[in-house]
Design a binder for this molecule. Structure first.
Ligand SMILES: Cc1ncc(COP(=O)(O)O)c(C=O)c1O
Length: 387
């Protein structure tokens, strides 16, 4: 099982986020500490706590700065990402926006991968444009990036693999380029979820995740994280405190609880998805299956070199673009919920439009869940029967 390439994650997921400082000790899991006001013994101890907080040290003065349950989750994410510090946000998309706000200034320029999760394009159009921050898109494999770097470029934003296209880029090469040009490298690591991919270890400065997906894993809570190195943590934390961004202890508890089984779930998602992907490849109605663990995938060699395994996400394209093909197929499925998102225990189907060579292609994206893969294959077989 490729996941065994990173055995540290398994132990970290069981042991992490359980320090007495985060409120754990009596119970296995840290308690849900619901709070707004923090009470102090004296004005002197309040001032002491304020002083620490002003230095971006973890210090609880008021719950807009966090809460002990969220601190426990931050500790766990730090271990997974190999980070100095992590900030939590109410959604994954909000984490991207807050990260841009923390590190980019008017007049600067950011290069964003064409493979990006599409709402980040809307974020760029609205937030970045409103603050006079320029942006351009680079090819998902990074091939045109050097030519696109401008004197005011401050950041390269990657998503590896693209969660819709599964396109990969050579992240260590991108990190080397960023170091020589003094650029920040930020990576959306939702696909790797801190177990399958380690952007900070490969040279990135910032790694962010939609914890909503595999880390929480149960489709019942939303959250985002931004993790970074010692050099950049203060910048991130200062903006988070200034914005009053925090997450509820109940949500932090749900994410932390879900995360305990993350590595085990990912191994099963991978096994199931690989079986489904190989079966789909053999179907005459299928033109192409996109899944990085398949040897035919264009980024397969990079995936083998840089990743510790694959998850349950795959896409496939029909041979026929006859009207109604996709709708007929999906309406026959019984075990795949129709809806956005991925990373939960359940199987989902959604349609995705890929733009390549000036044309748009419709593909179906499957999140292969923890069901019996033979049942999922039988369901998909019924879908093909309806074409
Ligand atoms: C790759 C990726 N990044 C970020 C997000 C945003 O996460 P959230 O849904 O928690 O806002 C998503 C959501 O689908 C995603 O697929």
């Amino acid at each position: 099982m490729p996941i065994a390439k990173d055995p540290r994650a398994h132990t970290a997921l069981s042991q992490g986020g359980r320090s007495a400082a985060s409120g754990a000790g009596l119970s296995v899991n840290p308690p849900v500490v619901r709070m707004s006001t923090v009470l102090f013994d004296s004005l002197a101890s309040l001032r002491e706590a304020e002083e620490l907080r002003a230095q971006s040290e973890r210090s609880l003065t008021y719950a807009a700065n966090g809460n002990p349950t969220a601190f426990a989750l931050e500790d766990l994410i730090n271990e997974l990402e190999g980070a100095h510090g992590t900030c939590l946000y109410p959604t994954g998309l909000n984490a991207v926006g807050q990260m841009f706000q923390a590190f980019l200034r008017p007049g600067q320029h950011v290069l964003i991968t064409e493979a990006v999760y599409p709402p980040v394009r809307r974020l760029a159009r609205t937030l970045l444009t409103a603050f006079d921050i320029e942006f351009d898109y680079y090819a998902a494999d990074g091939s045109d990036i050097e030519a696109l770097i401008k004197p005011n470029t401050r950041m390269i934003y990657a998503e590896v693999p693209g969660s819709q296209t599964f396109a990969l880029c050579d992240l260590p090469a991108l990190a080397r380029l960023c170091k020589t040009r003094e650029l920040l490298l930020a990576v959306d690591n939702s696909w790797g979820s801190g177990v399958l991919f380690k952007p900070l270890e490969l040279g990135a400065d910032i790694s962010l995740m939609a914890l909503t997906k595999y880390v929480a894993g149960h489709s019942d809570v939303m959250m985002g994280s931004v993790s970074t190195t010692q050099a950049h943590f203060e910048t991130l934390k200062t903006m988070q405190i200034a914005m009053g961004s925090t997450v509820s202890p109940d949500d932090a508890y749900l994410v932390l609880r879900g995360a305990r089984s993350l590595a085990a779930r990912l191994a099963m998602h991978e096994r199931n998805a690989l079986q489904v992907a190989q079966w789909l490849q053999a179907q005459p109605q299928v033109a192409q299956v996109m899944y990085p663990a398949l040897p035919e995938h264009p980024g397969h060699a990079l995936w083998q070199r840089d990743f510790h395994g694959c998850n349950g996400l795959l896409s496939f394209e029909f041979n026929s673009d006859a009207a109604g093909t996709t709708d007929r197929f999906v309406s026959a499925l019984q075990l795949f919920g129709i809806g956005y998102s991925w990373g939960g225990f359940e199987s989902l189907v959604s349609e995705v439009y890929l733009f390549t060579d000036g044309r748009s292609r419709q593909v179906l994206r499957l999140q292969i869940g923890l069901e019996n893969p033979n049942d999922l294959i039988a369901d998909l077989q019924a879908g093909f029967g309806h074409l």
